[in-house]
Design a binder for this molecule. Structure first.
Ligand code: ADP
Ligand code: MG
Length: 447
């Protein structure tokens, strides 16, 4: 069955993905309804779990004609096994621990992720404020900022930071009950408690916490019953001087559908933001993650990755893992050209997301003219050239057809677009300056 499963996987994946992720899998055996598979390292494991678990399961179950579960484990005995991400100890001291719980189970930790600590959180100007506030709260829970409200965009470190608060508190005060919940989980548990008439249990549970960390609170906006229950939980904890930390992707005022009474409570304490990381911070984070995972990451590759990803650190990490996996599977060192090759597909895809509107905006800014003038039919020289450049770039950098581009330039005929593009192409042949202007615009657009 495994061979047949491989065959059908081969058909549903690109050859490169198949070779990178599926080939290294070793079939161990089947126990009851569990298919046991082994992979060479942790990268492949994480990657498979995230991207191919369902596909593998489906292919196997289809072939076998019954539903099976898949169990993936890392092959033991490998000598230079990268440090599993769960182990936060520095790679300099590779304590060869047997396969078991690395820390004793923490009875008072509810859903905390022990991997996310302050020690593994890289400081930069973008997160300085939030992490200083988080540290203050961790050192003196319920006496500094209560609640602490952390907001910032996707993948900027909110979940990491809020878990770090919990882990630090627990380390100092093992007797404290610390609970990390996403607001979504809070809601699901609430719904279940309502359904099975277990509301008392639900309330007692949350109100007995010393520290309540609620991640992505924006999710409960618009959910009346959940907001109500959370409101009461909040009050109960707050009144008995328990620490509350809340994260969100937006500032409280900007969360649509968030009840006024909750919003005002979020504003009682401190509101701290996390901004998009700058280049230095991105590189420092890469360096730390590479060390954690035993990846040898040359500086120029870190620079390449940092500039390829605009701000999302999760995405940045994903690319690092991918490169690391490729290096370990092919037993080749990481180099710039290898990284470029491995990430080729993804980066091309990203570039394709560029829109005509973005191009118009940049060109208009560059020439200090209005976007409406770019789209107009005005024949002034100061407008004609920028307009033609914007059309040329739209054709080069987006997948729009001539008529589609014409549409976005105030409904122009496709022949106008073709004419403009020809003009620019010819001018670029002759005019060195124009060529460099256009190249710079392109560079700016492809960041
Ligand atoms: P968010 O919750 O804001 O979407 P996460 O906290 O999940 O973002 O962060 C995404 C990933 O980026 C996580 O793996 C996290 O460890 C990592 N990360 C974010 N910021 C930092 C940082 N300053 N230092 C180290 N890792 C970071
Ligand atoms: Mg998060």
């Amino acid at each position: 069955i495994w061979q047949k499963t491989l065959d059908s996987l081969k058909q549903s994946l690109t050859p490169q993905h198949f070779a990178t992720w599926i080939k290294p899998i070793r079939f161990i055996g089947v126990h009851n309804d569990v298919v046991e598979l082994e992979v060479p390292n942790r990268f492949v494991l994480d990657w498979l779990k995230k991207h191919y678990y369902g596909t593998i399961q489906e292919c196997w179950s289809n072939t076998a004609g019954a539903a099976y579960k898949i169990s993936l484990t890392v092959a033991s005995k490998t000598a230079k096994e990268p440090v599993p991400a769960a182990e936060t100890s520095p790679p300099a001291t590779p304590a060869p621990k047997p396969k078991q719980e690395k820390t004793p189970p923490r009875a008072n930790a509810y859903n905390l992720n022990s991997r996310y600590t302050f020690e593994t959180f890289v400081l930069g100007s973008s997160n300085q404020f939030a992490s200083a506030a988080a540290t203050a709260v961790a050192n003196n829970p319920a006496t500094t900022y209560n609640p602490l409200f952390i907001y910032g965009g996707v993948g900027l470190g909110k979940t990491h930071l809020v878990n770090a608060v919990g882990n630090a508190i627990l380390k100092k005060n093992p007797e404290m009950k610390v609970c990390y919940y996403t607001s979504e989980k809070f809601m699901n548990e609430l719904i279940n408690s309502l359904r099975y008439a277990k509301m008392d249990e639900f309330r007692t549970k949350f109100r007995s916490m010393d520290v309540l960390l609620i991640d992505d609170v924006q999710f409960i906006a618009g959910k009346e019953r959940t907001q109500e229950e959370f409101f009461h939980t909040f009050n109960a904890l707050y009144d008995s001087h328990k620490q509350i930390v809340v994260t969100s992707d937006k500032f409280p005022k900007e969360i649509p559908g968030l009840e006024e009474r909750l919003r005002s409570r979020f504003e009682w304490g401190l509101i701290a933001d996390i901004q998009a990381p700058d280049m230095e911070t991105k590189q420092a984070i890469l360096k730390m993650k590479a060390e954690q995972n035993g990846i040898d990451l040359p500086k120029e590759v870190a620079l390449f990755l940092a500039s390829a990803v605009s701000s999302n650190i999760r995405e940045l990490e994903g690319y690092l893992v991918r490169i690391g996996a490729y290096a370990s599977l092919t037993a080749t060192p990481i180099t710039l050209s290898m990284a470029q090759e491995v990430l080729k597909d993804i980066l091309v895809e990203k570039r394709r997301e560029l829109t005509v509107e973005e191009i118009q905006k940049l060109v208009a800014t560059h020439y200090s003219i209005k976007i409406s003038d770019l789209k107009s039919a005005k024949r002034m020289k100061a407008l004609v050239l920028p307009r033609q450049i914007a059309m040329y770039l739209s054709r080069q950098l987006t997948s729009c057809s001539y008529p589609e581009i014409g549409e976005r330039f105030g409904g122009k005929d496709h022949s106008t677009i073709i004419h403009a593009i020809k003009k620019i192409e010819k001018a670029m042949d002759e005019d060195y300056q124009l060529r460099s202007v256009i190249n710079n615009l392109k560079k700016e657009l492809s960041i």
